[in-house]
Design a protein around this ligand. Structure first.
Ligand code: HPA
Length: 287
């Protein structure tokens, strides 16, 4: 029988090649991984330029040089893997992600997250930009993801199961680690940042939603909507990692204000909250 999926052995080999290459470039044993979303890459630049006393200098590697990675095509995503010590914790950052809407297979979409898992991270911090559906939320604020709804019409775990990572039918009851989220919300409050909390609906895009779709999403329990993150959260949870999701609510979702939604608006809004976002990610790394 043939299908479109690579064998578990082929996936293992590509993961091993990527990990071997990264280790040869000076990537050590990271404890925490961070995926930076649309308009949020400035954090990566900040870390590349941050020098901490007593820490080794950050290592920054272009995706195009990493075996198995593809180049990144969408503006607002710059395609670098950065390894750094942040407040004493070894962290690996993905500045730029592959989206399903670009035509990548689900396997390619989650490959970078799987490489971080293979590097040995215990915690994955996933960030993104999204449209706020919950009308009590404000555009420009942040939301800690409490759960997600996968509306991408597929699942990154379809295909052979990597048994050493997790079970064929993984439980998804507590994908976004509850205790860590509570602590993050509390500590963010301590630095004057009020985090919303809610459910992220993941759609494929690339078209933004219609107002009718937004009413539907609200009815089924979504608080915000975006085009990423769900695949990475599923593979991280499958592998037993702690997961923290932080969504930047760049705009109110379609039909709420009546204004059209543009990707420029999403990216520009991201630039305005760079600093707050960076402080919240710092907190999430150190929980
Ligand atoms: N919809 C989907 N994805 C998004 C949005 C939105 O309104 N804003 C930012 N990413």
């Amino acid at each position: 029988m043939t299908n479109n999926y690579r064998s578990a052995e082929e996936i293992r080999t590509s993961l091993r090649e990527a990990v071997d290459y990264l280790r040869s470039m000076g990537v050590g044993e990271p404890e925490v991984g961070v995926i930076l979303g649309s308009g949020l890459n400035t954090y990566g630049e900040e870390i590349e330029n941050r020098r901490e006393a007593g820490s080794s200098d950050p290592v920054s590697i272009a995706y195009r040089d990493i075996p198995g990675f593809r180049d990144v095509s969408v503006s607002g995503h710059n395609g670098r893997l950065i390894y750094a010590e942040i407040s004493g914790r070894k962290v690996v950052l993905l500045a730029g992600r592959y989206h399903f809407y670009e035509g990548h297979s689900m396997e390619d979409v989650v490959f970078p997250a799987r490489v971080l898992i293979a590097l040995g991270i215990k915690r994955l911090i996933i960030t993104n930009a999204s449209g706020a559906i919950n009308e009590s939320f404000r555009a420009g604020s942040l939301m800690a993801i409490s759960d997600h709804i996968n509306l991408m019409g597929t699942n990154p775990l379809i295909g052979p199961n990597l048994e050493e990572l997790g079970p064929r039918f993984p439980d998804m009851t507590n994908v976004y680690t509850r205790d860590l989220r509570a602590k993050l919300i509390d500590e963010a409050r301590g630095i004057g940042v009020s985090l919303n909390e809610g459910v992220y609906a993941g759609l494929t895009g690339p078209s933004f939603e219609t107002p009718a779709e937004i009413r539907f999403l609200r009815t089924i329990g979504a608080d915000c909507v975006g085009m990423s993150s769900v695949p990475e959260a599923i593979v991280a949870s499958h592998a037993g990692l702690e997961v923290i999701g932080i969504s930047f609510l760049s705009n109110m979702a379609a039909g709420i204000t009546g204004n059209a939604i543009t990707s420029d608006e999403v990216n520009e809004a991201g630039e305005k909250i760079t600093d707050t976002f960076a402080r919240v990610v710092d907190l999430a790394i150190n929980l």
